[in-house]
Ligand binder design. Structure first.
Ligand code: SF4
Length: 468
């Protein structure tokens, strides 16, 4: 007979972006600190928590489907909780869409998950949405050699397509001291890569009246955790990149030479309608590349924004050719309730959006293959994160170079001996559209992962990618 958890067992299903995953992990930590036990399958749980995403319609559909699935298959007495962005955004609409939800917690109140569960156990059906207890600092547990660390939440921008400010509220930075405490905890647990996330990372510190707040925070952070070899920054807003920020990225060996700068479009008229900065993106990219040799640049774009003409779309394709970005995510526009663009009369037909998406992806795939091939013959440090079985009981290691962020970019399939959590030099032998194949420098080409699981870190789950 297994022990009975004093407070109960919970199963957490995580959906959505890295920022949501961080909230989910923090909720799990709060519950565990209150005596709950996390289990790995819904069958074993008293409480099923779905940490939903409501960023775009497709994500909302996925969250609703997950909740309905659990509502249909759960045991008698099992409780179902919806947390995260979709709960925040939809409120009663979500309980109408999924009968049987026992409690809801909005994305801005994840710190109250323990109180919510207690209330549900006591037989009430609370809905705690809207502003509330934000960002308590429960610390973070590493689930692999790489982990996310949230540096801010919310957003002050007013992009016409985006519901995030409605869901997350105003930009709020986490104090530097707290970021450093959390980073040190992660370092003590053996984490090798910290991925800093927020909605607007280059806006870090503006609510503390800091100038160049992200650059200052990075200076202090890397000095505080010299034992963490890779610090990666996601979501740099193109309108607030300064020379000091570029210089800071260039100066610190710990900051990986990777910039994630969502541009959303390249045509100035579309950018204006999107209420996005109309900076000269090619010039910005040139400045980054001039300061940081071997920089990997990632961006995301939306096709089919209301009113997007063939000419405007063509200028986006032309931009792809000029910018030669290393990694790109493309999304078709989806009208999100409450946003300015959703009410525009000039919505682009779905068929047109899909056609443009395919054309954009074809163009980008050709660029991606070319840029990946440039890596063949180079020896790059690779962070080993997991292993795949090859069918004969042998394992092949899987990792990432600095050029790839977790979950959204490519992988390296590695021959040779390496342990999870190690950063090893890998000679790149072959390149595919998104992924690379390589051999640990000095190893036999036919070698296998000698110590696939060293007991310290679990295998990283490698999700499907929706973008390049
Ligand atoms: S910068 Fe724009 S797209 Fe990004 S979260 Fe803020 S409003 Fe949304």
């Amino acid at each position: 007979m297994t022990d009975v958890a004093p407070a109960g067992r919970f199963y957490l299903e995580q959906l959505g972006c890295p920022k949501n995953l961080v909230d989910g992990e923090n909720m799990a930590e709060i519950l565990k600190s209150r005596g709950y036990v996390e289990v790995s399958s819904p069958d074993e749980a008293d409480t099923i928590i779905v940490n939903t995403c409501g960023f775009i319609q497709r994500a909302a559909d996925e969250s609703v489907a997950a909740l309905r699935g659990h509502a249909a298959t759960r045991r008698r007495g099992q409780r179902l909780i919806a947390t995260g962005c979709l709960a925040q955004r939809w409120g009663d609409r979500l309980t109408a869409a999924v009968p049987g939800i026992d409690g809801m917690l909005g994305a801005m109140r994840w710190g109250e998950i323990d109180r919510l569960l207690e209330a549900v156990r006591a037989g009430v059906r609370p809905k705690w949405l809207g502003a509330g207890a934000v960002d308590p600092s429960p610390g973070r547990v590493a689930r692999g050699p790489s982990t996310y660390l949230k540096i801010a939440d919310g957003c002050d921008h007013t992009c016409a397509f985006c519901a995030i400010p409605l869901i997350k509220g105003k930009h709020r930075s986490k104090p530097i001291e707290r970021i450093i405490v959390e980073a040190r905890q992660l370092a003590a647990r053996g984490v090798r890569e910290i991925v800093l996330v927020s909605q607007d990372s280059s806006g870090y510190g503006k609510d503390f009246a800091m100038r160049d707040g992200l650059a200052e925070m990075l200076d202090r952070l890397v000095a505080a955790v010299p034992q963490i070899p890779w610090v990666r920054v996601m979501y740099v807003y193109p309108g607030t990149v300064t020379d000091r920020l570029i210089e800071t990225f260039a100066r610190h060996p710990q900051i990986v030479k990777y910039v994630d700068m969502p541009l959303q479009h390249a045509d100035r008229d579309v950018l204006r309608r999107m209420r996005r900065p109309t900076v000269d993106a090619l010039d910005l990219i040139r400045r980054f590349r001039a300061a940081i040799p071997d920089l990997a640049l990632r961006s995301t774009f939306i096709v089919g924004f209301p009113g997007e003409t063939e000419r405007e779309f063509a200028s986006l394709l032309e931009f792809f050719g000029s910018a030669q970005l290393d990694r790109v995510g493309v999304f078709t526009y989806s009208a999100e309730a409450g946003t300015l663009a959703a009410t525009a009369a000039s919505q682009v037909r779905e068929r047109v959006k899909e056609r443009r998406y395919r054309r954009a992806m074809e163009t980008l795939q050709a660029i991606s293959i070319e840029r990946n091939r440039l890596q063949i013959g180079r020896t790059l440090p690779v962070l080993i994160e997991g292993a795949v079985e090859d069918g004969d009981g042998d394992y092949q290691a899987i990792g990432r170079t600095y050029r790839d962020a977790p979950e959204v970019d490519g992988l390296v399939f590695v021959r040779g001996t390496a342990a999870i959590g190690e950063i090893v030099p890998v000679r790149i032998d072959d390149a595919m559209a998104y992924d690379l194949v390589g051999t640990v420098a000095g190893a036999d080409a036919g070698g296998r992962l000698a110590a696939p699981l060293n007991g310290r870190l679990p295998l990283t789950v490698l999700p499907a990618r929706a973008s390049i």
